[in-house]
Design a protein around this ligand. Structure first.
Ligand SMILES: Nc1ncnc2c1ncn2[C@@H]1O[C@H](COP(=O)(O)OP(=O)(O)O)[C@@H](O)[C@H]1O
Ligand SMILES: [Mg+2]
Length: 349
């Protein structure tokens, strides 16, 4: 019925556009309430689909990656050395060519619309390469020029001040400390006002104090509206910084989850009871508890939320006594992000 009307309407448009115009205007007016207050989800700032990369050596470093990065988030790509983190970043930034797949940045395809995509991106590489004899000011200004942008002393000053580099602006880079050199790399990456900043292992080999300092810099950047993707093999770093965490291993993304969600899982504890007698199955009276029976029927594991109002342990013990299930021993364990990470990586091997 509706479809028939559509066809009729379309036909009318074709036959006599002028005559159909009031009908179209009326339809728009009548349908207007349906489109007001409808929140349209924001498209991701980076969209990766079916990305694979096989290097010339024949080594496949990335396997069918699908990933969407939301505007304004800090996304931590967590994985052991050799997992493919740098390769993934390098492909998005146009340094390494993908073997298959499509990637868009801000809606621009990184291959067919390279310049537009690249202009939105700032990259702080893993390896520290800086021009030792240049001044901080000159090297950061030069980075902006590489993007064909007119010079903007005000912007460079703002960047240097935000990174506490302003009083070092005339210093030669070789005279700076390691931490300051990293800040210069960030300043270079921000010189052309990117919307997305990649930080490849920003704190590898950096001492604890400097690491915390770096985290504050990253948070301030996010607050200014920049989307941040950082790679790390430090779980602590992902835990501290990220809104979402993606785990990569052997070129595959094996988990993407909001940090809060992961942390909720970390709030779970397991209570394991060593039973006196073997059980074939969990008795019906106990099914309301979250119980798992060990493969030999000698262990019952109960999972509970330490952050919840009640653990449910008392009720469980009452029910066990009622069902005449006795235990010899018990222990509790709590998983950490490290356990989850190690578990995932091991399962993947
Ligand atoms: N140019 C290259 N040619 C062949 N293999 C490479 C090249 N670059 C990286 N690799 C391999 O790809 C894998 C992923 O490397 P990389 O992306 O640097 O990992 P990560 O940054 O997670 O440590 C590693 O096994 C590495 O040896
Ligand atoms: Mg790397």
């Amino acid at each position: 019925m509706l479809c028939d009307n559509c066809i009729a309407l379309t036909a009318e448009f074709r036959l006599d556009f002028e005559a159909a115009r009031p009908i179209y205007a009326a339809a728009r007016f009548l349908l207007r309430p349906f489109f007001i207050n409808t929140s349209i989800p924001m498209p991701p700032i980076i969209s990766i689909s079916n990305l694979s990369k096989t290097y010339a050596s024949g080594f496949q470093a990335l396997k069918r990656i699908d990933l969407a990065i939301d505007k304004g988030e800090i996304f931590a790509l967590l994985g052991p050395n050799g997992a493919g983190k740098t390769t993934l970043i390098s492909v998005i930034c146009g340094i390494v060519t993908p073997s298959t797949g499509t990637i868009t940045v801000g809606g621009h395809d990184i291959l067919t619309d390279y310049r537009a995509a690249r202009s939105l991106i700032g990259l702080v590489p893993q390896e520290l390469h800086t021009d030792a004899f240049e001044s901080v000011w000159a090297t950061v200004t030069f980075s902006r020029g590489l993007f064909g942008l007119p010079s903007d002393r005000g912007h460079i000053e703002k960047v240097l001040r935000s990174l506490s580099l302003w009083d070092k602006k005339d210093s030669k880079i070789m005279t700076l400390s390691g931490g300051m050199k990293r800040r210069v790399l960030i300043a270079k990456a921000l010189a052309h006002e990117p919307k997305v900043l990649f930080l490849d292992e920003p704190t590898a080999g950096v001492d604890v104090e400097l690491r915390k300092d770096m985290w504050n810099v990253v948070r301030a950047l996010r607050a200014s509206g920049v989307t941040i993707i950082l790679t790390t093999h430090y779980i602590e770093e992902a835990e501290e910084m990220a809104d979402r965490i993606g785990v990569i291993n052997k070129g595959e993304i094996i988990l993407v989850e909001r940090k809060a969600e992961l942390m909720h899982k970390l709030g779970e504890k397991q209570l394991t009871l060593q039973l006196h007698n073997t059980l074939d199955a969990i008795p019906a009276d106990l099914t309301r508890h979250r119980l798992m029976l060990g493969p030999d029927g000698k262990e019952l594991t109960y999972t509970y939320d330490t952050q919840g109002e009640r653990t449910g342990i008392t009720a469980l013990l009452d029910d066990l006594a009622r069902a005449n299930i006795r235990f010899r021993d018990l222990q509790t364990t709590q998983s950490s992000l490290e356990d989850i990470f190690v578990g995932l990586v091991r399962k993947d091997q």
